[in-house]
Every structure is written in structure tokens, then in C-alpha cells.
Ligand binder design. Structure first.
Ligand code: G4P
Length: 525
């Protein structure tokens, strides 16, 4: 019974947003509500010199941004929430994509002055691959924003998801008065300048309440008209559609003013799903399936410079983790005893005694764990759906000191095994091509090669537009393809064959010429 209760009360989610929409600020406030930090402001302050608890690497600190994904666990009411941080910066890596495979719902944060921006579109495409339920927070109501109806229309048209407003804003900018909660039939009044605390908001019950006119003046009548309109025209909230990823409940507020974040959290714990099943070798593994199981969606080296360690992040899918238990590392077929897994309470690491489905635990990795690896209690299934994405940017990497080629290869192999970057070795020459999804990854890799592997490498431009993993059922046809396309073929970090195309047109022609060959944009680990 206790196990079921632990599963039921867990929510594991991530925030998807365009840079600057307010993800960090919301994370701060969410943790404040979780009483996990005393005062908001400790997550990030580019100006104050404080840094996000989730910023691990020097480079991130220097730049005041969060490149890596971190994990924060906090209680909210009776629930236990796991928030997986996704890098939202201009340059973001495949980690973001894979993090989304480890959550059961997403919070989409939109800058209400700007509307739907391109990073959000990309991330929504990813979230949709698994039909992840999405909650929407329209942020920055303390500024002059766009018309709320127009904002919802844009979400519906651009992101192809229906919007069901749960709260509705009253005024905006300096005149932002608060929100009307459509389901609870109450107005919650906003007080400015209270962003660093949990506010005791004044609540006025009922739209017809004369108190409303006293508190809101002419906004009261306007609100009544708008609500009438909404009740006729807006989608009502539908749990089933939400769970299918087809409808998103929409909240309005200001993260900076810490207003509305709690409304959203209330929705999250009420409606977002508790830990969901995952597919493994054709089976569906439920949270309640017997035996512990989980998959690794991220590996992070040197999280703690004092320890120089590598941590593998495992999402628990089923069963209960207990300190000191044995797990089977399915890919290498070995049992390992895990006595020092970590949890991430509000971003601080702590040894974990027990953990449940939906939780993320950190396993110390001595080079044996790879992204996508499955751990079980003896069973042989393997979780699927943790992909590598074809990189979009390419550079040739060259050593300053050619004698260090061994270290370079080792470094690149380890970093590609971590998923930090992808490495391609062309069949036709001895080049090493580094492929990345975002520009920043190149800097990260150069920085890490230098600090962790003591090699100084420089990048050179190379005329590669894209890469595709190639596969073919028919061995003979594939052999012919290999001969014909030899000069465009390369091996990636795990020796999978890849077609490296100088231009998109070249790729298109290769696909037309070899219709039997599959050109894949993603590769499963
Ligand atoms: P991100 O993680 O999504 O990139 O966004 P972040 O929270 O860092 O917010 C980006 C900027 O927007 C920050 O200002 C932040 O203070 C501001 N912001 C966030 N939420 C709100 C809001 O509800 N209202 C208003 N008016 N501003 C908001 P900054 O000056 O760029 O950053 P900082 O120097 O304060 O860190």
C-alpha cells in the first residue's frame, strides 16, 4: 500500500520554453513553494553573482547560464515533485531531448509579450513524440503583454494544441490586478513587490460578489464580460485530452512577482500523471511492475570538481530502490551493487536511502554506464526511446600537438558516449568530425578536452550539412550502397554507419538513388 501511495503522489516534469521566457525564475519560485530553498534568488542571479544550484561546470558559471540538465526534488502539499531542468539557452544539446523522455509532463512557459517563440516550437515537437501532457504558463503579466485571446490563438495555431484557460488575467503591466480562476470561481488579487515570498493573496469568491467591484473598479465589469465570452468560446478543461497531449490548461501570472506559479502547481499535482509506464523490448513496464527498473537518460562528468566523478542519471520506471541493493546492468549482463546512489533534493546531492518510480537517482559511473542503459532486478528487457539526434553543426577537430592523438580519441569517445557531442570518423580519411546540435557544445567539448584530457584542440570549418544513420535490411543492397557512397560514409562513436552529406541536395539525391536504404535522423542507443 505504501508503495502505491508513493507512486501516486509523485510528479516528474520539465520546463520547456524559449530563452528568457522565465524558466529559471519559475524554477526558483517552484522551489520556494516546495520550501526547498529559504528565499528565492538562490537559483540564479546573473547580476548578484549567485548561481543556480543547477549550474555545475565552471563554464556555466562564467556565462551565468545552465548548460546541463539537473534534477530537483521537492515536496508540494502531499505530493513529491521531481523537476528536471532543461537547458533553454540559445545553444542547447541533445540532453534536452533525452531529458524529455524521462518526464511524465511538461510545463510550457511563454513570455506573454512575445508569444510562441522558435525554441518552444522545437521543444513542443519533441514533447509531442511521446504525447506528453503539457501545462502552459503565460508569464510576465506585470509587463505590457499581448492580448490573452490572441496568445491562446497563437498557441493553438502554431503548436497545434487546444488551450483551456484555467485562470484569466485581470489587467496587465502596472495595472495587473490578479486572475480569475474559472474552475474555482474566485478572483485572486495580485500584490506587486512580493516576488521573493509566498504571498497571502486576497481571494474574492464569486464573480457577482460586490467586493469585486470595490477591489477592481471598472475591471470588475470588464472581467464579467470576458468570462461570459470565454464560457461560450473557450475550450473547457478535459482531463482525457490533457493526458493525451491534445489540450493544455493555461495559467496566467508573473514568475518575477511570484503570482500564479502556485495555481499552476495546484493544476500539476491535480491533473498531471503520476509516473507513467515505459516501453521495453516490446513490453510495457508499469510503475507497479514487479522489480526495480530504470533507464539512464543522461551522463554528466565532473559535476563536483572536488570528486571528479561521473554521474549517470537514471529514471526509475518500476519498483523501489533501496540503498545497497543489487541491480542488473542489462547491456553488459552484470549484477552491480549500488550503495551510494544520489538524489537531488533541490539540486543538492544527498545519498539516497530509497527511491520510487518517477524519481531520478544518480549512479556513480566509472565508464561502464552509457546513455540509454537499462537497469533491472535480473530481467533482460531494455528500455527503448532514448535517441541520438542527427547533429546539425559540424567541425573538423585538429590537435595543436599531434602526438596527443590517443588522448584526443579517448576524450572524444568518452564525451560522445556521454552524449555531449557526436564524433564521426570518415571511411575515406583520418579526419575526426565533431557534430553537435548547438554551437555551445563545441566550446564545451574543447573546454572539457583541455581540462579533463589535457589536449588542446582547435576546430576547423568543414563542408558537412547534415548526417544520417543508414540501415538496410538487405545485406547485398547495403554492400552496393557502401561501395557507391564510400566517400560520404563515416562511423560514429558506437561504430554505426553514417551518411555524411555536404549539402541537403546531396542527401536528397542519395536518398532518391538508394530508396531501399533507410536514412535515419535519430539513432537509438
Ligand atoms: P530563462 O531561464 O527562461 O532564460 O529566463 P529567466 O528566468 O532567466 O528570466 C529572463 C528575464 O526575464 C530575467 O531578467 C527575469 O528576471 C525576467 N523575468 C522572469 N519572469 C518575469 C516576470 O514575470 N516579469 C518580468 N517583468 N520579468 C520576468 P534579466 O534582467 O534578463 O535577468 P536577471 O539579470 O534578473 O537574472
Amino acid at each position: 500500500m505504501q508503495f502505491l501511495e508513493e507512486v501516486r503522489r509523485r510528479r516528474t516534469f520539465a520546463i520547456i520554453s524559449h530563452p528568457d521566457a522565465g524558466k529559471t525564475t519559475i524554477t526558483e519560485k517552484v522551489l520556494l513553494f516546495g520550501r526547498a530553498i529559504q528565499q528565492a534568488g538562490t537559483v540564479k542571479g546573473k547580476k548578484s553573482g549567485q548561481h543556480a544550484k543547477s549550474d555545475w561546470m565552471d563554464m556555466e558559471k562564467e556565462r551565468g547560464i545552465s548548460i546541463t540538465t539537473s534534477v530537483m526534488q521537492f515536496p508540494y502539499g502531499d505530493n513529491l515533485v521531481n523537476l528536471l531542468d532543461t537547458p533553454g539557452h540559445e545553444d542547447f544539446s541533445e540532453d534536452t531531448y533525452r531529458t524529455l523522455t524521462a518526464v511524465d509532463s511538461c510545463l510550457m512557459v511563454i513570455d506573454s509579450a512575445k508569444g510562441v517563440e522558435d525554441r518552444t516550437i522545437k521543444l513542443m515537437d519533441v514533447a509531442r513524440m511521446r504525447e506528453t501532457p503539457i501545462i502552459t504558463f503565460m508569464n510576465k503579466l506585470d509587463r505590457d503583454i499581448r492580448d490573452p485571446i490572441e496568445l491562446m490563438d497563437e498557441v493553438e495555431n502554431v503548436l497545434k494544441i487546444s488551450c483551456a484557460p484555467i485562470t484569466w488575467p485581470i489587467g496587465m503591466g502596472k495595472e495587473f490586478k490578479g486572475v480569475y480562476h474559472l474552475l474555482n470561481d474566485e478572483v485572486i488579487l495580485y500584490q506587486s513587490g512580493m516576488g521573493h515570498t509566498i504571498q497571502d493573496s486576497r481571494v474574492i469568491k464569486g464573480l457577482d460578489n460586490p467586493e469585486l467591484d470595490a477591489a477592481l473598479g471598472s475591471y470588475a465589469e470588464e472581467l464579467r464580460e470576458q468570462v461570459e465570452l470565454l464560457e461560450a468560446a473557450a475550450n473547457p478543461f478535459d482531463l482525457e485530452d490533457f493526458l493525451a497531449g491534445q489540450l493544455t490548461p493555461v495559467y496566467f501570472g508573473t514568475a518575477l512577482g511570484n503570482f500564479g506559479v502556485d495555481h499552476m502547481l495546484d493544476g500539476l499535482v491535480e491533473w498531471a500523471p503520476s509516473p507513467q509506464p515505459r516501453e521495453a523490448s516490446g513490453e510495457t513496464i508499469e510503475a507497479t511492475t514487479e522489480g526495480l527498473s530504470g533507464f539512464v537518460f543522461k551522463i554528466q562528468a565532473n559535476m563536483d570538481p572536488n570528486h571528479r566523478d561521473r554521474i549517470a542519471f537514471m529514471r526509475i520506471v518500476s519498483g523501489r530502490y533501496e540503498k545497497g541493493m543489487k541491480m542488473k546492468h542489462v547491456r553488459i549482463g552484470k549484477d552491480v551493487r549500488i550503495s551510494d546512489a544520489l538524489t537531488f533534493l533541490a539540486g543538492d546531492r544527498a545519498a539516497v536511502e530509497e527511491a520510487y518510480p518517477g524519481d531520478i537517482i544518480g549512479l556513480h559511473n566509472h565508464g561502464t554506464i552509457q546513455i540509454g542503459d537499462t537497469f533491472t532486478q535480473g530481467q533482460d528487457y531494455k528500455f527503448s526511446g532514448i535517441p541520438n539526434f542527427a547533429p546539425e553543426l559540424f567541425r573538423r577537430i585538429r590537435l595543436k600537438d599531434p602526438l596527443k592523438i590517443k588522448q584526443l580519441q579517448k576524450g572524444l569517445m568518452q564525451l560522445s558516449e556521454e552524449g555531449a557531442v557526436q564524433v564521426f570518423r570518415p571511411l575515406k580519411n583520418n579526419d575526426l568530425i565533431v557534430g553537435a546540435v548547438g554551437m555551445l557544445q563545441f566550446d564545451v567539448v574543447a573546454h572539457r578536452l583541455k581540462s579533463e584530457y589535457k589536449v588542446e584542440a582547435v576546430y576547423e570549418p568543414i563542408s558537412v550539412a547534415t548526417a544520417r544513420w543508414v540501415e538496410c535490411d538487405d545485406e547485398k543492397t547495403f554492400q552496393q550502397f557502401r561501395t557507391k557512397a564510400h566517400d560520404n560514409l563515416a562511423l560514429d562513436g558506437s561504430d554505426s554507419l553514417t551518411y555524411v552529406a555536404p549539402t541537403m541536395v546531396n542527401l536528397q539525391m542519395a536518398q532518391e538513388r538508394h530508396p531501399e536504404v533507410e536514412f535515419r535522423k535519430t539513432r537509438e542507443h
